[in-house]
Design a protein around this ligand. Structure first.
Ligand SMILES: NC(=O)NCCC[C@H](N)C(=O)O
Length: 407
């Protein structure tokens, strides 16, 4: 099967996820904000919830790949191993001796253990106990329980670090420091894992090299008919959006790339926290999102040139309809009071993952939204999310589709 995602709702065939692991045990009330979580998690319960999520997808014949396994298999390759270690254990973060000590430890590990190290991180106490030395300014300054190599709990949200658009993948430069190293792991997987290494697919962005021009996959929706919708948000910059659009339009089959000008705030960090698709022409939309101005990019006259057309908020739905080439789009907004709407959005009621047109996975806690969807003809496969949801992401955020059927 060829890697390809040309819509949000075509039958889902293959997806990358990450089962929460030891990195979650590193979350504390002190570091959770910096690590972009709103609470600490009961890891075992979170794993059970995640297993439930995976079981729902497998039941619908979706092939599920795990980041931690892909990464361990990738690290069997010496070149991949060098790449990940060089990029992870970087002198500019850990100083000269700190880097050397960590690198020596990393070099002694099996591929599986190295994969676990870069995801779960390590504390000063653990590192010093294993390596028997601490002659480093970086280590001297750190408290004993300080994660000298930070954990990556947000690997859980595989949607964001890389996202497939048509026959290519955007490996993203991430906005928040807490997530930047996730990109190294995905870059290695796509370059060296046997599943991807010899396959013919495009790369729409430059990964870590894109630096300030950040893009996160939660902002990227392949809405269909050659159109891509991108949230210009807390995480995806206007520059990241334009550069992605140029790449998609000039090197691929995209016909238009539409940017939605969002507020920059945590509750709505990505477009998919406020708006997702449930079938070819229907969007589930957060009641308080309102109508947002858009910026549409199409190909310019000369190679690499882009045309940028702005439209006011009141035209938002018309812009979507034009992109999909339909008279109008259908917008579903859960009928509920303002409190319920805000609480629902916070708990990812709008963040559904389509398994096929009119079949979505959603958190079970969002009862009103789910009943409303059912009443509108959408089958809702529910999953528990009491623990997982504390990271502020739902089923769409926790999945990176690599293959979907055409619609
Ligand atoms: N697409 C998404 O909305 N992903 C959720 C990301 C949550 C994560 N804790 C973050 O702040 O990046």
């Amino acid at each position: 099967m060829t890697f390809r995602v040309a819509s949000e709702v075509g039958k889902l065939r293959q997806v990358i996820v990450h089962r929460p692991g030891r990195e979650m045990d590193r979350l504390t009330p002190t570091n959770k904000d910096e690590l972009l979580f709103d609470d600490v998690l009961w890891t075992q319960k979170a794993q059970e919830e995640h297993d439930d999520f995976v079981a729902s997808m497998r039941k619908e014949d979706v092939e599920v790949l795990y980041v931690e396994e892909l990464l361990a298999e990738t690290l069997e390759n010496p070149q991949a191993r060098h790449y990940v270690s060089d990029e992870t254990f970087e002198e500019r973060w850990y100083g000269i001796n700190g880097t050397q000590i960590m690198r020596e430890y990393a070099d002694s590990l099996s591929p599986k253990d190295l994969a676990e190290l870069v995801i779960a991180g390590i504390t000063k106490t653990e590192l010093v106990a294993i390596m028997g030395r601490s002659d480093s300014a970086y280590l001297a300054r750190a408290e004993n329980d300080f994660m000298v190599l930070r954990c990556l709990p947000n690997h859980l949200f595989t949607r964001d670090t890389s996202c497939w658009v048509f026959d290519g993948v955007s490996i993203n430069s991430m906005q928040k420091v807490a997530r930047q190293r996730e990109t190294i792991n995905f870059e290695a997987i796509y370059r060296w894992h046997p599943r991807f290494r010899d396959e013919d697919f495009k790369k729409w962005s430059g990964g870590m090299a894109d630096r300030a021009a950040t893009i996160e996959g939660g902002d990227v929706e392949v809405i269909g008919n050659g159109a891509v919708l991108v949230g210009i948000s807390e995480r995806t910059t206007a520059a990241g959006f334009e550069r992605l659009a140029r790449s998609l339009l000039w090197n691929g089959e995209a016909q238009r790339v539409i940017g939605v000008l969002m507020k920059s705030e945590r509750a709505q960090m990505h477009l998919d926290t406020v708006m997702t698709m449930v079938n070819e022409t229907t969007f589930l939309k957060y009641a308080h999102l309102g109508m947002l101005p858009t910026v549409t990019i199409t190909k310019g006259g000369r190679p690499g040139e882009i045309n940028v057309e702005t439209a006011p908020g009141e035209d938002m739905h018309k812009v979507l309809a034009k992109a999909l080439d339909v008279p109008e789009v259908r917008i579903l907004t859960t009928p509920e009071d303002d409190f319920a709407a805000e609480r629902g959005q916070w708990n990812d009621s709008c963040n559904v993952l389509a398994l096929e047109p009119n079949v979505v996975v959603a958190y079970d806690r969002n009862v009103t939204a789910n009943e409303y969807l059912e009443s509108e003809g959408v089958r809702v496969v529910t999953m528990p999310g009491g623990e997982l949801g504390r990271g502020r992401g739902g089923p769409r955020c926790m999945s990176c589709p690599t293959i979907r059927d055409e619609i």
